[in-house]
Design a protein around this ligand. Structure first.
Ligand code: NAD
Length: 311
């Protein structure tokens, strides 16, 4: 290990993933949970995951699965989890009240050097760090599920976050093999979900207009846009699809503007349309097959992550 300590608060799905990522880079990981009985089962689950990763040649870092496992230990007190840590990653349930209470507790336990990040999917750090003594050391570091194979981490500082805390977190994310981006200001949905929701809304619209079936909509993404964007983003793709971005605008700008005027309005995510899409999806994947399908998805994402690493 590198001798540096990271505290993980909350040992659910996301806390476990972070623990593995930090241990993979040699950090001393302390895992805390308010439900004490969760910790041994989290450690057991992590052990199994690390062994499976090792067996399939996908374990990160240079340490063996056992060495990585030895770096992860449970903490029975929050103070034990976070004191002296260079970084704390909060992974408790998505609730402003819970995050507020937790960050107040953390604020009382850390010194001015620890950076405190929340894994929140959609709550701005300004909603739960405003009155803290160490608020300049707090920000959001939002991972994407499953973080071991989907490396993006969105960093979103509050207006009072010290830019140095963002830089430090960015470097840490790179060091553990993740792919950080940083927003320059808080935005609802951050970046990934804003783009995801724009896509979902238009998918919804095309199905509700009877233009495409749910299955065919998904094929547009998985066999069209998905592969195209797996190695290169939409902006660089456009840049390459003409003689540079300005030439792309000249060639396709008016078409894009014209089509965009016909995009659907924001749909209501419920009602009869939701039932119809659900009906089509359950015909594709019955509810009792969801777990099996998730396992298949994660295996394919694993293979893709491996391919991208070699690319
Ligand atoms: P989870 O329910 O799997 O785990 C939450 C854990 O926190 C549980 O083990 C619970 O016992 C523990 N906990 C609750 N209150 C606590 C407290 N006061 N102190 C310590 N531990 C406490 O949730 P999750 O899916 O791991 O999500 C955690 C956070 O990560 C949420 O903010 C969520 O929005 C975010 N996130 C989730 C995903 C995802 O796909 N699940 C993706 C990105 C971000």
């Amino acid at each position: 290990g590198n001798g540096k300590k990271v505290g993980i608060v909350g040992s659910g799905l996301i806390g476990r993933s972070w623990a593995m990522l930090f241990a993979g880079a040699g950090y001393q990981v302390r895992l805390f949970d308010v439900v004490a009985s969760q910790i041994p089962s989290a450690l057991e689950d992590i052990k199994g995951q690390l062994e499976r990763l090792s067996a399939s040649g996908l374990l990160r870092g240079t340490l063996s699965a056992q060495q990585q496992m030895e770096l992860i230990t449970g903490a029975s007190e929050l103070s034990d989890c976070v004191s002296g840590a260079v970084h704390v990653q909060e992974c408790i349930p998505e609730s402003v009240e819970l995050k507020q209470k937790m960050f107040e507790q953390l604020d009382a336990l850390v010194d001015g050097t620890t950076v405190m990040c929340s894994s929140t999917s959609c709550i701005a750090a300004s909603k739960f760090t405003q009155n803290l003594k160490h608020r300049s050391r707090c920000l959001v570091a939002h991972p994407v599920n499953p973080p071991y194979y989907v490396p993006l981490v969105e960093l979103i500082p509050a207006p009072w976050t010290d830019p140095e805390a963002v830089t430090q977190t960015r470097q840490l994310m790179i060091e553990i093999g993740q792919s950080p981006i940083s927003l320059n200001k808080e935005m609802p949905g951050f970046a990934l979900n804003r783009i995801q929701y724009a896509i979902l809304n238009e998918c919804w619209y095309l199905v509700s207009e009877g233009v495409l079936s749910a299955e065919d909509i998904d094929t547009v993404m998985k066999d069209g846009l998905g592969p195209r964007y797996a190695f290169m983003g939409p902006l660089e793709t456009a840049h390459l699809n003409a003689e540079g971005m300005l030439n792309y605008c000249e060639r396709y700008g008016s078409t894009i503007e014209g089509v965009s005027k016909t995009l659907g309005p924001i749909p209501h995510w419920g009602g009869a349309q939701a039932e119809e899409i659900h009906r089509q999806l359950t015909a594709m994947v019955p509810l009792e097959k969801l777990q099996e399908r998730r396992a298949w998805r994660d295996a394919r994402l694993t293979a893709l992550a491996k391919l991208k690493k070699d690319a």
